[in-house]
Design a binder for this molecule. Sequence first.
Ligand code: GDP
Ligand code: MG
Length: 435
Amino acid sequence: LGENLTNTMKKLAGMTVIDKKTIKEVVREIQRALIQSDVNIKLVQSLSKKIEERAIEEKPPKGITPREHVITIIYEEMVQLLGSEAVDLNIDQKPFKILFLGLQGSGKTTTIGKLCKYLQKKGFSPAIVCTDTWRPAAYEQLKQLTEEMQISLYGDPNNKDALDLAKKGLKEFKNQKVIIFDTAGRHKEESDLLKEMKELDEVINPTESILVIDGTIGQQAGAQAKAFSEATEIGSIIISKLDGTAKGGGALSAVAETGAPIKFIGTGERIDDFEAFNPERFISRLLGMGDIKSLVEKAEEVVDEDVATETMNAMLSGKFTLKDMKNQFDMMNKMGPMQQIMNMIPGMGAKIPKEASKMTEDKIVIYKIMMSSMTNKEMENPKIIKHSRIARIARGAGVEESEVKDLLKYYNNTKKAMKGIGRRGMGGGAMNRLM
Ligand code: GDP
Ligand code: MG
């Protein structure tokens, strides 16, 4: 799915004319890619209709080219297809009991290992209870998975009573904050499996039930999500095996359509092949647009246009004060590194002053702290910042004097570079357009 769409987007990016014909062509290619990835044909049709209508009817907002506008529409509509909002797994009470459900082979046990690692990184130390009495060596599998992670595990390969195991596990871990229950995914009859899950649900009284669905089954994932939701309350869904599968789009969109929140996806067999599911990020990546798309959006949304224009004008005229630089930093915080912003403007990428492109976020934080120790007068007229003022600012900000000098040097270099760009008549318009 990804490759086809990336190619389509590349093609779109290279088109010089955006008219009805090219829009239809692009929409057809998106259609083809989605159908190939097993997305429901009705969904594909309504999606392409919406994209086409919007692309033809809506006028690009101020400062956005027709091409960027079409890209934005495609992006927005595709994000919508996946449910649009990222939903967190919010560990907000103690104990937080997680019941894992899903058919045998869907990836429950593997995913539990992944989730444990994910939670450990967030500072939790989850404990696991194995209630899978069906799979031979279910307990062994968990033991192996968690051995390296030093996670408490409760289970008893000789006990064939899942409910009893759950009860004993609860007792064992009554002081733990997060307890995860692994379950069986198979029974003699499917109805028995759902019955066991209902009983486990009653005994455990989970804070959150997580259903694991194999992503390679495509559209059928929707029906599976529905079936389990009818048996027990499903708090979140994890779609596994989305690595290299052609059917990922089908599984994701079908589940999203049921309204169940997809919170994570599994992207491989290794313990780190796991990520929180974020429709926006997922689609950006799928379209091969990286962060650039979100940059366009942020540029639209967050940046105060007046401040931006003012700062840009100041930058280009060479009348660039520390106040302007602080505004510039604020914009950079909201929009990403300067280099990235500049790369979006044709012909601008290479012209970014070296100093600005080397700016790291950490440095910006320190620079901003130092600037907050300066007086208004100093910010507007940085020339007056000499020895005693440097010492005072350093003391106020809790940094070395050399760091204040560093900031001033950066300011002077940026000012010079900006003046240079302004004189060469580079891109005042382009910059304003972007802002
Ligand atoms: P369970 O029966 O639901 O507990 O499933 P398991 O966790 O035992 O997983 C079944 C198989 O799927 C194993 O071979 C796993 O390695 C594999 N698996 C699980 N998640 C993923 C994934 O995200 N990607 C791939 N490629 N394989 C996975
Ligand atoms: Mg298992």
